[in-house]
Design a protein around this ligand. Structure first.
Ligand SMILES: C[S@@+](CC[C@H](N)C(=O)[O-])C[C@H]1O[C@@H](n2cnc3c(N)ncnc32)[C@H](O)[C@@H]1O
Length: 306
């Protein structure tokens, strides 16, 4: 597979997948997205002060989320040791991403790490133990969970639910949650209601990623964070606050009662995307929940923004 770099608005590059019909990052900035929606939201600078860190990068792609995480951690604590797993289907993507132009904006130690990870799928230094597991993440996550790996931060970055529903199902999130440490945080750019209910069904309590000042009109969130469910619900606000997470607004809570909130399902973690979509549409038609268009009208949300 050959990959052609496309420039995004912050000067960093992304790829476009013909197979999934989608770019790997938002046009607003590939690198900016890796920092704001993943490295910052999971509190890596603060966490790096407290000892070694374990990271899980789901849909490693060009490795930007890993790179932004390592930059953030080593800027805050140059001696912090990191154990990292990346999950990726297509090994040609990380390989194409180590072309000199694409690597140039990262620090020398992060460049070396991205190169070694792409070429060898393993990289061990005194500060970093990285492993890239190539294959369908629905399978590799199960092997990883069996090893007992517990991540302090999980970057959850598949293509969108409409294009890649197989990685947004309740069953896949349930496997991912097995790899999340008690105090860990999962971050994703998606604020889709179906994604949020799947995260909840898999045992996560969720918060929203608030907008930054450059947001589009009528936008409401930059994504979702998940932490392991707090056995005492009245302590959720406290737990979210501890991790600097923001509870859902009333509008976002009501979104989870609409048809858009019917989660994707993949009982054996092996169904093709088309079957998962069909099952989802069928469940939506029969759920009897409020229509998403009436929720949109109530809150002045544009068509399709769910
Ligand atoms: C949105 S891109 C990820 C971007 C990446 N995080 C980055 O910073 O460059 C989605 C990635 O998911 C990978 N992918 C698609 N289906 C997958 C699957 N079933 N298992 C693992 N990875 C998959 C694609 O090859 C692609 O690299």
């Amino acid at each position: 597979m050959s990959w052609t770099p496309h420039l995004t608005d912050d000067g960093s590059f992304t790829f476009f997948s013909a197979e999934f019909g989608e770019a790997f990052h938002s046009q607003a900035g590939a690198k900016a997205e890796a920092f704001t929606k993943f490295a910052q939201v999971t509190g890596l600078a603060q966490r790096s002060q407290c000892g070694d860190l374990r990271l899980l990068d789901i849909c490693y792609g060009l490795g930007y989320n890993t790179a932004a995480a390592l930059e953030t951690i080593w800027a805050a604590n140059p001696g912090c040791r990191v154990e990292l797993y990346g999950l990726e289907l297509d090994e040609t993507v990380p390989l194409a991403a180590i072309a000199p132009d694409l690597l140039a904006s990262w620090s020398p130690e992060v460049q070396t790490s991205l190169e070694a990870i792409a070429l060898n799928h393993r990289h061990t230094t005194p500060l970093l133990q990285a492993t890239l597991l190539i294959g369908d993440a629905r399978q590799t996550i199960q092997h990883l969970a069996q090893t007992g790996f517990q991540a302090d931060a999980i970057f959850f970055d598949p293509f969108s639910p409409r294009r890649c529903p197989q990685l947004w199902t309740v069953e896949f999130f349930a496997q991912v949650v097995r790899c999340l440490a008690t105090h860990g945080t999962l971050a994703t750019y998606s604020r889709s209601a179906a994604v949020r209910t799947a995260m909840q069904a898999a045992g996560l309590q969720i918060g929203t990623i608030r907008l930054d000042p450059s947001h589009r009109p009528r936008e409401w969130s930059q994504g979702t964070v998940g932490v392991l469910a707090e056995p005492q619900p009245e302590k959720l606000a406290e737990k979210l606050a501890e991790q600097s997470l923001h509870p859902l607004s009333l509008m976002e809570q009501e979104h989870l009662n609409t048809r858009a909130a019917v989660p994707y399902r993949d009982p054996d973690l092996s169904d093709p995307a088309e079957l998962i979509q069909l099952r989802h549409q069928h469940e939506q038609q029969n759920c009897g929940w409020e229509s998403t268009s009436s929720w949109r009208r109530r809150w002045g949300i544009d068509e399709g923004d769910d």
